[in-house]
Design a protein around this ligand. Structure first.
Ligand SMILES: Cc1cc2nc3c(=O)[nH]c(=O)nc-3n(C[C@H](O)[C@H](O)[C@H](O)COP(=O)(O)O)c2cc1C
Length: 208
């Protein structure tokens, strides 16, 4: 626990990354694994995460992100993209995975699948996207904590034009919409922000 708290104290929203010090493949694999372990409603993980490393694509994304330096100086850009639709077929695929993983008959999960499909059927497209977007943020939180633990730097970012990101990454063709991003890499020594004290309301005030 105390390790996690020191990791959370160590991490900060990095403004400038050292482009000569990319995150290692092994650390990125650990970060993906940790993020994939994030909790989600019903366990459906109704989002996908695009990891961008191509410098030319990052340059395009930066132009659509108010020219923020992190988008090109970070070695990896994680783009959290929410599913526009959570179809009965998708729920079925999740049930198939659950059955295979837990060694239970697929048919035994039918009641649960019907319950989920019933609850989703009552939502219109905007409500579904609102829900899948919120799930994406939980994964973002997991990624930020895990990055700190791995001594990887990260910057969560909403400062970008989602419509442009969608177009650059071809997300709508995959039924996805960009929601939030995390730039990941290692901090630049020249980033003064790392020396700023953390500002948080006191715990006594936060918890009621
Ligand atoms: C959802 C979200 C969006 C953010 N968007 C940006 C952004 O576009 N650019 C940026 O430099 N920082 C962004 N931040 C970073 C916050 O400003 C930062 O997390 C906050 O000031 C707390 O500081 P700390 O993370 O360094 O502790 C964002 C943070 C979150 C959680």
């Amino acid at each position: 626990m105390s390790n996690l708290i020191s990791a959370l104290e160590w991490r900060y929203a990095t403004k400038k990354f050292d482009s000569n010090h990319p995150a290692s493949d092994a650390d990125i694999e650990s970060l993906k694994k940790a993020t994939n372990l994030s909790a989600s409603s019903f366990g459906l993980q109704p989002y996908r995460i695009v990891v961008v490393t191509d410098p030319a694509v990052k340059q395009q994304l930066r132009a659509a992100a108010f020219d923020q330096d992190q988008v090109t100086s970070a070695s990896h850009i994680f783009v959290f993209a929410a599913k526009e639709e959570v179809s009965p077929e998708y729920v079925n695929a999740f049930m198939r995975l659950t059955a295979d993983t837990r060694g239970v008959p697929f048919e035994a999960l039918k009641g649960y699948a019907d319950y989920i499909n019933g609850s989703l059927a009552g939502k219109d497209t905007a409500a579904i996207l609102d829900w899948t977007r919120r799930q994406s943020y939980i994964a973002l939180g997991t990624l930020l904590a895990a990055a700190g633990e791995l001594k990887l730097d990260a910057c969560p970012m909403e400062g970008f034009d989602p419509a442009q990101f969608d177009e650059i990454l071809g997300l709508p063709q995959q039924g996805l919409r960009s929601v939030v991003i995390a730039a990941v890499g290692h901090r630049s020594e020249a980033d003064d922000t790392q020396h700023h004290a953390k500002v948080r309301f006191p715990v006594e005030e936060m918890f009621i």
